[in-house]
Design a protein around this ligand. Structure first.
Ligand code: NAP
Ligand code: ZN
Ligand code: ZN
Length: 348
């Protein structure tokens, strides 16, 4: 077995603390990645605190992982020792269902294996990236262009926040001539702004935080609406083709559905712990659609990473040491992070 050190939660109320554990020895098609940086996603916090139910402990969170390959199995073809590598939200899927064959592993019919808080198909609990190393089948590891190396820490959040916003913006063909709203300026939201702007859309940020306006414009917003101000919201009614809702906490979806023009779509990516009630009138008016999207497939994630390398897009990060994770969580919950915490694993 491979020795690993990390930070784990032992229960929904324990917070995170140092933890030693073992990972499997690499199989012939596995790579071992020594982790350099790992992002802190709000999904880590939801799961550590068991806000979605069913959390499994001990839990080493982290699914925005970048590092270097230190060992490869004998059948590995896409990596060699010393290569940069990225691991995101999944580490396995069935590979044979219709959705896996269509390169939509996030919607694997058997259920993909999450990077942490999940059991592999062999029943073993798997641990994530707040740790020194990880062992993953090479099919679920991404290559990283050398162009991304100088900003490696800021690349980590692309593995979840990046693909989770890139995928729906591509799926709903956001681009020139489209009026698009991004709701919530956190880790996902700030990547949503960058991509929507880069794809050529006219972009509005909807935020509860008046203090984020200048940053929003720098990140790609053409307009900023303070969502707590009813007059500002009323002026946006029935104007939008597409809204990407990146909010982590309960909020009124009907207010946002009301912003969609004829045949507009609201796509939910934020995952608050409680249901979000929708009024039927919000939907039938303007023949609106309500949808959702989960991360993105392996091929699309690679496309997104390559797009980011080509267009010089990375995340805006605050670096944190591993012993400050609990404090970082508190700031994320208060919507006070600019705009993603990344853990420097050298501090472990
Ligand atoms: P985050 O960095 O905490 O950002 C969430 C943002 O939501 C905050 O910055 C804030 O933006 C807004 N917000 C927070 N509380 C609010 C409230 N009470 N009312 C209105 N707005 C509020 O979180 P994240 O890492 O971007 O993740 C966002 C959500 O997406 C989480 O629920 C996460 O679990 C989920 N997620 C889903 C997927 C997927 O595959 N679908 C993947 C990753 C994450 P403002 O300050 O601008 O208002
Ligand atoms: Zn995530
Ligand atoms: Zn499958």
């Amino acid at each position: 077995m491979l020795q690993s050190k990390g930070y784990a939660a032992q229960s929904s109320t324990s917070g995170l603390a140092p933890f030693s554990f073992e990972r499997r020895d690499p199989k012939p098609d596995d790579v071992v990645v020594e982790i350099a940086f790992c992002g802190i996603c709000h999904s880590d916090i939801h799961q550590v605190r068991d806000e979605w139910g069913g959390s499994m402990y001990p839990m080493v969170p982290g699914h925005e992982i970048v590092g270097r390959v230190t060992k490869i199995g004998k059948d590995v073809t896409r990596f060699k020792e010393g290569d940069l590598a990225g691991v995101g939200v999944m580490v396995d899927s069935c590979r044979v269902c219709d959705n896996c064959k269509a390169q939509e592993e996030a919607y694997c019919e058997k259920g993909f294996v999450g990077t942490y808080n999940a059991r592999g198909y062999d029943g073993v609990l798997v641990h994530g990236g707040y740790s020194t190393n990880i062992v993953v089948n090479e099919r679920y590891v991404h290559t990283l262009s050398a162009r991304l190396e100088p900003k490696l820490a800021a690349v980590a959040p692309l593995l979840c926040a990046g693909i989770t916003t890139y995928s729906p913006l591509r799926h709903w063909k956001v681009g020139p001539g489209k009026k698009v709203g991004i709701v919530g300026l956190g880790g996902l939201g700030h990547m949503g702004l960058k991509f929507a702007h880069s794809f050529g859309a006219e972009v509005t940020l909807f935020t509860t935080s008046a203090g984020k306006e200048a940053d929003a414009r720098r990140l790609g917003a053409d307009h900023v609406v303070i969502s707590k101000d009813p007059d500002q919201m009323a002026r946006e009614k029935s104007k939008y083709d597409f809204l990407l809702d990146c909010v982590s906490a309960p909020h009124d979806l009907n207010e946002y559905l009301g912003l969609l023009r004829l045949d507009g779509t609201l796509c939910q990516v934020g995952l608050p712990e409680k249901p979000l009630p929708v009024n039927a009138f919000s939907m039938v008016t303007n023949r609106r659609s309500m949808s959702g999207s989960m991360i993105g497939g392996m091929a699309e994630t690679q496309q997104m990473l390559d797009y980011c390398a080509e267009h010089d897009i990375v995340s805006d990060i605050e670096m944190t040491s591993v012993d400050q994770i609990n404090q970082a969580y508190e700031r994320v919950v208060k919507a006070d992070v600019k705009y993603r915490f990344v853990i420097d694993m050298e501090t472990l």
